[in-house]
Design a protein around this ligand. Structure first.
Ligand SMILES: [Zn+2]
Length: 266
């Protein structure tokens, strides 16, 4: 197997696939407009819950992002360069740099576009509003939604033990937290439809309240006065795990079965 594999597409969209094997070439160059991801959603769906990258190793690729932790130990958020865990009960704690992640997506957040939404807006309306502002659905975007929410429904997941179940089975034991009249920030990405198997096509948001005490993976919400900032990120770098779990799992093609149910908590 080559130590480093890099594919670069044409135009302004650059996609690189990198095997993060230690002791080889310098890390691929990324910039502020790069979305960096470790592992794939299909591997996570199949129960590859051990990663080979720590949060300290992830931070040079971005100050904003989401994901999960080793053994699926809660929902992960990164905001302003700090990593947080949403525990099963929805409580938030800061996480040390030596913690490993089996799946995470980060970028350096820049305010390329700002949209203020004063009217009550549910999650699907919010996504339609944002869709209407995008140059094209074919790029990756980081999206920050900051302000007041009249309702916010989040979930987190319990830590898993080996042999790991699938994500679909693990999420059956999720815990849902419902907040009302809360201020905070939704941290998310909008991925293009062709990322099937690699990431989640469309929107994926995690939430953290302004006190940084409560949050999780967003299942539903009603925004009631928010500022949406959108960061266009025309490059995407995928770091593949150098783990036995990743090497042995059968990933197949296309969108993993059950992804929508897992993301929507159903
Ligand atoms: Zn999530």
């Amino acid at each position: 197997m080559p130590k480093k594999l890099m594919l670069t597409s044409l135009g302004i969209l650059a996609i690189a696939v990198v095997l993060t094997a230690p002791g080889c070439m310098p890390a691929i160059r990324t910039d502020r407009d790069t979305v960096y991801q470790t592992s794939t959603i299909s591997a996570l769906m199949k129960g590859v819950f051990d990663g080979d990258m720590t949060l300290g190793e992830l931070r040079p690729y971005g100050d904003f992002g989401l994901g999960t932790f080793q053994a699926l130990d809660g929902e992960m958020l990164e905001l302003d360069g700090k990593f947080y865990r949403a525990n099963l009960d929805g409580s938030i704690m800061e996480v040390p740099d030596h913690t490993y992640t089996p799946f995470a997506v980060v970028t350096f957040f820049d305010n390329d576009m700002v949209v203020d939404l004063e009217q009550p807006t549910d999650l699907s309306q919010l996504q339609l509003h944002i869709d209407g502002k995008l140059v094209s659905p074919n790029y990756f975007y980081a999206v920050k939604v900051k302000g007041k929410f009249s309702s916010m429904k989040t979930r987190s997941v319990p830590v898993q033990v080996k042999p790991y179940p699938t994500l679909t089975d693990a999420v059956k034991n999720q815990q849902v937290t419902e907040l009302h009249d809360v201020e905070g920030t939704m941290i998310g990405f909008r991925c293009p439809p062709y990322v099937d198997g690699v990431n989640v096509p469309g929107y994926h948001f995690h939430f953290i309240d302004s006190a940084r005490k409560t949050g999780g993976h967003v299942l539903d919400c009603v925004a009631s006065g928010v500022r949406v900032t959108i960061d266009g990120t025309p490059s995407f770098v995928l770091g593949l795990q150098d783990t036995k779990g990743f090497q042995r799992v059968n990933l197949g093609a296309g969108q993993p079965e059950g992804l929508q149910q897992v993301e929507q908590g159903k």
